[in-house]
Ligand binder design. Structure first.
Ligand code: PEP
Length: 256
């Protein structure tokens, strides 16, 4: 049985005061109706405030269990890498997940598959659980190459990752043309790709691993469309950007 997993990618939104208020608001109305894994991924500067606020709320309500993710790491452990943040530093703050290979990092910050693979390895080696993002541009989809392209990203992202580590990896299928655009892939298109990803994982590892890996869909998921997405058999959750930064919307998402 795969446990559904919904994560909010706050991107460069919510300063530490706003982030802390988000957690307070969420906790006031919190219900984990579906008993799912839930995470928020704040900016680095808001992580400590979110961790403190979440801990405080958990003391009041034991069911308030929100995991924290980061939006990026650098693959080195420490050293002369001005402006970068290591997996160790994040773990010390209570971070459990890290988004790696988000299309905004691939496109705007020119991260390639080799760098992404190094980050995945570093996250795993240092106790963080990577959420590996993959997905095609509209141009690639229109050429009929979406599956080939996305599966290649899986291949490179997981290069030399041992079978024993896969249980700590989540895959997020995020077609670039659907991110922040209001255009969502149809649940059937998203299902088709997530199913291809699962088959690829079976080929790379084995059936049991493929059956257990969590595959999220991301791309303009919102309270009004999440339930039809979650009904798809190979979609185990969602990585949500825009609709995750308001506590009421996030609550509606997790209670889809
Ligand atoms: C994302 O940033 O991962 C994302 C899916 O964004 P949005 O939900 O805003 O499309």
């Amino acid at each position: 049985m795969r446990r559904p997993f919904i994560a909010g990618n706050w991107k460069m939104n919510l300063d530490h005061n706003e982030a802390s208020s988000f957690i307070d608001e969420l906790s006031l109305k919190f219900k984990n109706k579906n008993d799912i894994e839930i995470a928020v991924c704040p900016s680095f500067t808001s992580i400590r405030s979110v961790a403190v606020a979440a801990e405080k709320e958990k003391e009041k309500n034991n069911h308030f269990n929100i995991k924290i993710g980061a939006q990026n790491i650098y693959f080195e452990k420490s050293g002369a890498f001005t402006g970068e943040i290591s997996a160790d530093m994040l773990r010390a703050l209570g971070v459990e997940y890290v988004i790696i290979g988000h299309s905004e990092r691939r496109v705007i910050f020119k991260e390639d598959d080799e760098l992404i693979n190094k980050k995945i390895k570093s996250a795993l080696a240092n106790g963080l659980k990577p959420i590996l993002c993959v997905g095609e541009t509209l141009e690639i989809r229109e050429k009929g190459k979406a599956v080939e392209f996305t599966l290649n990203q899986i291949n490179s992202g997981l290069d030399l990752i041992d079978i024993s580590e896969i249980k700590n990896i989540t895959i997020a299928y995020e077609p670039i043309w659907a991110i922040g655009t209001g255009k969502t892939a149809t649940p059937e298109d998203a299902q088709q790709m997530c199913s291809s990803i699962r088959m690829k994982i079976e080929k790379l590892y084995k059936k049991e691993i493929a059956e257990n890996i969590i595959i999220q869909y991301g791309g303009s998921v919102k309270p009004s469309n999440i339930s039809e997405i979650m009904e798809m058999p190979d979609i185990d959750g969602a990585l949500v950007g825009g609709a995750s930064i308001k506590s009421d919307d996030f609550l509606a998402l997790i209670n889809y």
